[in-house]
Structures are given as structure tokens and as C-alpha cells.
Design a protein around this ligand. Structure first.
Ligand SMILES: Cc1cc2nc3c(=O)[nH]c(=O)nc-3n(C[C@H](O)[C@H](O)[C@H](O)COP(=O)(O)OP(=O)(O)OC[C@H]3O[C@@H](n4cnc5c(N)ncnc54)[C@H](O)[C@@H]3O)c2cc1C
Length: 416
């Protein structure tokens, strides 16, 4: 293979306590939590808006934050972001959850969820981060961590100005793909994705429905290229899974899906519908995650962890409860690197529970606090005082442990 060698000097454009690579919900939570702890923070986002899959990727649904029996489980910044997502736009919070925990919850009642306007949520995130003093750098790709053994001195980025370098005491990789940590040498695992590509559509009929109901949300419909479900239903037979970790794979995914979507559109009347938004990023659920100090598994359901950074619930099945161990966010050999969101260490279905929007925000909140604490304690991210981290999370309204009384009777013995 033909190669070239570059020997260039790159200007150091700034120095921060905490640098967050990737402005999805996990990254936004991490950056906010770092500045709220009195640290300087820079967030670098390759697109032009915040929110990642939860905005740009058109996934505009906060999955349930309760146990399905009328008790809220996920609080902290996840709840703050849920409220922020609907602050300036529509919501679908069930009436019973509008003011927090319902006092009279019917069996199999509605869960604590909401849909929101993806673009309005993105604008609200910009306002929040800007107001709270996070330094924002949109339209900039983190291309390389600069490593000194297992310590990362800073990040090389690429943007309109060219190639730049930023120094950071702690680096949090919330690219969703663990791109930074992978390039830093942190062990990662990679999994596959089904064929999914969904855009937002309006039709004459959906607009009529919205005019009748007086609710603009009714105007929004969906159209899919690939339309596979979370469990792979609808994935074309013989089609390999998408990894999302090479340019070839990403381009194959995008071109195949876009042509497929267009072929569906061609079959409909061109005056009766319009695509209002195509996804601005690949709708991959999983690309790379770290092989962290701890890997969360399905068998960890109902298990308490000493280093828990937050209780979370299954978004699909009622009752199922987990905790997020801090060990899923670090590989402690790397003293100043953290991750959060969908690149946290998990396997199988437990990882599915860990990666969705509310838990991704909780792990982001924890990563930002842990970063600030590591600076204050002058130690590696693996050596921080966990009790202190948990106390800071509790001060940020996170429930660290689920309540054993919420474990169903039949599961209590196996949880002992
Ligand atoms: C098809 C599908 C359906 C889903 N449905 C739901 C659902 O209904 N409800 C739910 O709660 N969850 C759902 N999820 C999961 C959820 O959307 C994500 O897991 C969650 O939003 C992940 O957030 P994150 O911040 O960890 O990562 P991401 O949202 O992936 O954010 C990563 C950010 O980093 C940026 N970035 C990447 N690389 C770089 C780089 N090198 N430099 C700078 N920036 C970079 C990206 O542009 C992006 O903004 C779904 C996911 C998919 C794919």
C-alpha cells in the first residue's frame, strides 16, 4: 500500500480541564456536569447541532424512566433533559406523569415517557450549554488523541480553520463509537447493526389531521429505507450486519438505505407528501464500546454495585432494574480517559438498557463529575473516591441504588 509521511507542527489553540468529544446527549450531560463542578470544559461536535442520535439521528423518544408500576427510577440530568426536550415544543408525557410520581397508578398504566421535537431539543441544548459556560465547538471532528503512554495530553481536531490541537486534563469520549478511546489504544469491542434508516415525512393527510387536532405533532409521520426493528425483524435475508467502524461500511449503509428510501418515495404521489428531515447521522445502535473495568450483563439485573452511578430501568419490560457501575465508564489503566453513553461497557440486552437516552444521560452526568473529581483529587479516573462521586450525583438528584422493595417477589430470592 502506498503511504505518505507527515511531519507537521500543529498549533495548540487552548487548554481545558475537561474536553468532551461528541455532543450527543451523553456528551452534553458530561460537559454540563463538568462546568457545574467549577471546571472549564470544551465540547467538540462534528455536526452543527447537539443531541446526536436523539436529535440529528431523529430518535425523538425518551424511553420509560419508571419501573412500570408507577415509580420513577431514573432522575438526575435524564429528567432535566426530558423536561428540556419539551420546554419549547410539544410533548406526549402521559397525563398521570405530568407532575412526577403518580399517586394512584393503575395496573399496567402508561409509563413515564415523552416524544419531543428533535430540532427544538437541539436548540434548547445549545442554549443550555452556552448559558452555563461550556465552550462549544461545532463543525469540528476529533481526529486523534495525543498519547503519552496511557495518558492523553490532548486532542487533534479538524475544522474549517484546518488542524488544531487542544490540551485537556481529562478527556471524555462520547462519540458514541468510542473513536477516541479506540485510537488511544483502549480495548474495545464491536458489534453489528440491523438495516434501519428512518426519516420524517409529512403528507397532506397528516397535515389535515394536525389541523383538526390543533397539534403539530400529528403532522409528523415516518418513512424508512431499511426498517428493521431493535431485534432485527425486517433485516433482509443474507444482508451482512453493518459495523459502522469503517468508511466503506458507513457509505454502503448510507447509499443502500437512501436509494431504498427513494424507491419507496417514487411509488407515491409527489404532490401529496414531503420528506422534512433525513437523518443527519447513521442510525447505528452499536458500533464500538469499551471493554471497561466492568462489563454490564443481563445477569446483573437486580444486582447492586458498590460503585453504582445510578439506578436505571428496562425500557421494554416492566420491573427489570439495573444499576450502572462506574467501572463501565473507564479502563483504569488509562488514567485520564472516560466514556459515557452508548460506548459504555455492556453486553447483550443489558447494553441495550444501558445505551438508550435516559441512561446515556446519567452516565454522561457521572463522567463529567468523575472528571472534575479526578482533577480535584489529583488522581487517575480509576482512583477517585467513589462515595464522594455518589454524593455529588445524589446532590444532582440521581438515585444511586434501586429499592429492593421494587424487586418482584419471584425474583427476590435469585437477587439475594
Ligand atoms: C434506530 C435507533 C432507534 C433508537 N430508538 C431509541 C428510542 O426510541 N429511545 C431511546 O431512548 N433511545 C433510542 N435509541 C438509542 C439512543 O438514541 C442512543 O443510544 C443515544 O441517543 C446515544 O447517545 P450518545 O450521546 O451516547 O451517542 P450519540 O447520540 O451517538 O452521540 C455521539 C455524538 O458524537 C458526535 N461525534 C462522533 N464522532 C465524532 C468525532 N470524531 N468528533 C466530534 N464529534 C463526533 C456525533 O456527531 C454525535 O453528535 C435508538 C437508536 C437507534 C440507532
Amino acid at each position: 500500500m502506498k503511504t505518505i509521511e507527515l511531519n507537521e507542527k500543529i498549533e495548540c489553540r487552548g487548554s481545558y480541564d475537561v474536553i468532551v468529544a461528541g455532543g450527543g446527549v451523553a456528551g452534553c450531560a458530561a460537559a454540563l456536569s463538568a462546568v457545574r463542578s467549577g471546571k472549564s470544559a470544551l465540547i467538540i461536535e462534528k455536526s452543527q447541532i447537539f443531541g446526536g442520535l436523539a436529535t440529528l439521528g431523529l430518535i425523538n423518544f425518551f424511553v420509560p424512566m419508571c419501573n412500570g408500576r408507577g415509580k420513577q427510577i431514573i432522575y438526575g440530568m435524564a429528567e432535566e433533559f426530558l423536561r428540556l426536550s419539551i420546554k419549547y415544543g410539544y410533548d406526549t408525557i402521559p397525563e398521570i406523569w405530568k407532575n412526577g410520581d403518580p399517586s394512584d397508578y393503575p395496573e399496567n398504566g402508561p409509563r413515564y415517557i415523552t416524544r419531543y421535537s428533535a430540532d427544538i431539543f437541539a436548540l434548547a441544548l445549545t442554549e443550555q450549554l452556552h448559558t452555563e459556560g461550556v465552550d462549544i465547538m461545532f463543525d469540528s471532528v476529533v481526529s486523534m488523541p495525543v498519547m503519552n503512554g496511557c495518558h492523553c495530553d490532548g486532542l487533534i481536531i479538524e475544522n474549517k480553520s484546518g488542524r488544531e490541537y487542544y490540551e485537556g486534563k481529562i478527556i471524555i469520549d462520547t462519540t458514541g463509537d468510542a473513536d477516541v478511546l479506540y485510537r488511544a489504544g483502549v480495548p474495545t469491542v464491536q458489534r453489528g447493526n440491523f438495516y434501519t434508516y428512518i426519516a420524517k415525512l409529512i403528507t397532506i393527510d397528516s397535515c389535515r389531521k394536525a389541523a383538526e387536532s390543533g397539534n403539530i405533532r400529528d403532522a409528523m409521520a415516518g418513512i424508512a429505507g431499511g426498517g428493521s426493528s431493535l431485534y432485527g425483524k425486517g433485516h433482509p435475508q443474507g444482508m451482512p450486519l453493518f459495523t459502522g467502524t469503517t468508511s466503506e461500511d458507513v457509505n454502503n449503509y448510507l447509499i443502500t438505505n437512501q436509494l431504498h428510501m427513494l424507491s419507496k418515495l417514487k411509488q407515491t404521489d409527489r404532490f401529496s407528501r414531503n420528506v422534512v428531515t433525513l437523518p443527519g447521522m447513521c442510525q447505528y445502535r452499536t458500533t464500538r464500546r469499551i471493554d471497561g473495568d466492568y462489563v454490564l450483563r443481563e445477569a446483573d439485573v437486580y444486582r447492586h454495585f458498590d460503585d453504582s452511578v445510578g439506578a436505571i430501568n428496562d425500557f421494554d419490560r416492566r420491573d427489570y432494574l439495573y444499576e450502572i457501575p462506574y467501572g463501565t465508564l473507564i479502563c483504569s489503566k488509562y488514567d485520564n480517559l472516560l466514556t459515557a453513553g452508548r460506548s459504555a461497557a455492556g453486553e447483550g440486552y443489558a447494553w441495550d438498557v444501558l445505551r438508550v437516552i435516559p441512561p446515556a444521560i446519567i452516565s454522561g452526568q457521572a463522567a463529567g463529575l468523575a472528571a472534575a473529581q479526578a482533577i480535584d483529587e489529583a488522581c487517575g479516573v480509576g482512583a477517585i473516591d467513589i462515595r464522594k462521586l455518589q454524593a455529588s450525583l445524589e446532590a444532582g438528584n440521581v438515585d444511586i441504588h434501586f429499592d429492593d422493595a421494587d424487586i418482584p417477589e419471584k425474583d427476590r430470592r435469585s437477587a439475594d
